[in-house]
Design a protein around this ligand. Sequence first.
Ligand code: ADP
Ligand code: MG
Length: 436
Amino acid sequence: MAIQDVEQIFADIVARARRLDAHNSRNWFDQLRLVHLNGGSLLIGCQDHARRQYLEDNCGKIFTLAAQQITGHLVTIGFTVENGEKTDSAVSLRQRQFKLHPDYTFDNFVVGPCNRLAHASCIAVSQSPGNTYNPLFLYGNSGLGKTHLLHAVCHTMAPGGVIAFLSCEEFVNGFIQAIEHGNLAGFQDQFRTVNALVIDDVQFLSDREQSQEEFFHTFNALYNNSRQIILSADSSPADIPALEERLISRFSWGLVARIDPPSHDTRVAILKKKANLRGLEISDEVAEYIARKVRANIRELEGALTTLQANAITKNTEITMELASATFGSEFESSARNINITDIIDVVTRHYDVRLADLQSKKRSQSITMPRQICMYLARNLTRHSLEEIGGHLGGRDHTTVMHACSKIGDAEKSDPKIHATITELTRQVVQTPVT
Ligand code: ADP
Ligand code: MG
């Protein structure tokens, strides 16, 4: 077979695989290269270990099927790292210890007011581990990008350093096993010799006294040697239940950065980034539409994109506004649904120390008008209530009053950093209100 023919077959196989599994397909599949195709085996080259791992974990079956469909016979698929990426021992050690997701890089992370500090501190730490913020502690609700940032740090940290990256659950389980097998020293050594220790979801230490004790010693050993420690959790150190005081204080020694739910603009930017990563075209209108439907959590936002993509494939159409509204319409479930206007009123009245009766009254003093307008604005942003319904909850005001309030607070949020901070904080409190 001529080389062009083989290249063409390879291109067809990749194209077929993309179509068979659009969900796992990525824009960097364009850079996959044919290493060899002969004797019933196809070896595919990619750029780095994270991508090879991703392909092995997610795409083996699909490439096998695609190759079989295109060539007409069974082909064994292999993936390899092809280019000259440094394969010095430190890099390979890192790669064997844990899997990094190729999507979770700084390039693919959208920065907004909600995560700016967390992002900047991760960049700083990855450029100069052990010398800037130590430890770095990220916290925020589920699905807001903590794990993504931790992966990005590990992707970026200068090669030559050894990193241990694991979930807190893995740490705890490893510790328990080490005790069972009488190999505590071995367990301890693997962490005490690293340049950076990155542990995701440390709230898992809650109530686990022995593991906390062990973690305390690991922490001290690394800290005293200026080794970088990066931790994430779903709440601030002080709010992790049943966590020893000495750990709470250590976790706060460096920088504690909170990640808030994303604003509308950030959600739109994230959707576009995710679509681009998957080689999907979505219009501004569709991105705006989805961003309005899904508000609290980026994992859900991505899920909405996946649903839409799957629907486009099933119906064999482009992703249009019609498809988006047919897909989500009124049935769309998201956590935004669970927020109701009384949650908002509770949070706002507590914050401004006013009574609901005042908000509903005819009073027009600034100290009452402002919280009332903020309630309207948050209700408009975080619930599905109509302008009329929102007005109804706040003393039977008509829809133009609500509209006016929304645009006034919206403008103030953009121009006044104090209002912006207040809205962000109130939004966070509303979103965190447990669903009853
Ligand atoms: P957490 O660990 O906080 O629960 P993850 O890091 O797993 O959240 O994020 C959930 C999903 O949202 C991931 O696919 C991640 O890539 C995506 N994501 C979160 N924040 C951002 C962001 N700022 N830009 C792009 N993608 C993001
Ligand atoms: Mg996570």
